[in-house]
Write a protein that binds this ligand. Sequence first.
Ligand code: GUN
Length: 283
Amino acid sequence: MAKIIDGKAIAATIRQEVADDTARFKAETGITPGLAVVIVGEDPGSQLYVSNKEKACAEVGFYSEKHELSVDTTEEDLLTLVEKLNGDEKIHGVLVQLPLPSHIDEDKIIDTIHPMKDVDGFHPVSIGNLLIGKPGFVPCTPHGIIVLLERSGVDITGKNAVVVGRSNIVGKPVSVLLLQENATVTICHSRTADLAAETRRADILVVAIGKPRMIKADMVSDGVVVIDVGTNRVDGKWAGDVDFDEVEKKASAITPVPGGVGPMTIAMLMQNTLKSAQMKVKK
Ligand code: GUN
């Protein structure tokens, strides 16, 4: 039986640390860290994430703004809002919830967020800094995965880390972070010739493909540490990308869905927003 990696508890500890650091920062500088979240349209998943972000901001003592735009908002109007937030002194982090409606060019919006306010870590400047190991904003979900491993006592150095999925938001950045932590990293995707052969070589397996329960027990080795990034709705319930009931019997540790990676994303967003406010003071 695997140890269950309790992301909810680890994330709560991190939010408490951010709350303590924020109280100290406010007392020293008189500045309240501010986060602006922009959501376009009414996707229920996105709305849930955004309301969780607002709750977390209140809990750690941030100022927060929510901008809810209708699904037919033009690209130009969204660009104008992002530019206004870039110039707003109260705001240290600008987050535009993805995905955006198809008539809006996501890359163009991300490119417009000021790199000093890019708390999502999606701007090309942030991604470039990550790749060459320079300080900057690290994308929240990948960073949350590394912190989950560290705080669960998993040593990454020298391990075979296998990442399934190559998205810009999770697969690619988490691969770079695992490499920085001295893992030997394999990135698998929809065109990988023999996925099971690759995943069986994993000491640490990170799965972010958006296919419910796709990783089965015969695809992993005994003692593997499994990080499941999937959040799929199946029959009104959440299901990960890993078949938890099967894989849990072979793994040494595994994240549940929900309550694994998800809460970490928001905790890391709080960290990034505080870091942004702190960096502005140091400049
Ligand atoms: N959609 C799913 N995850 C994320 C995230 O971390 N940030 C943003 N902006 N949108 C998302």
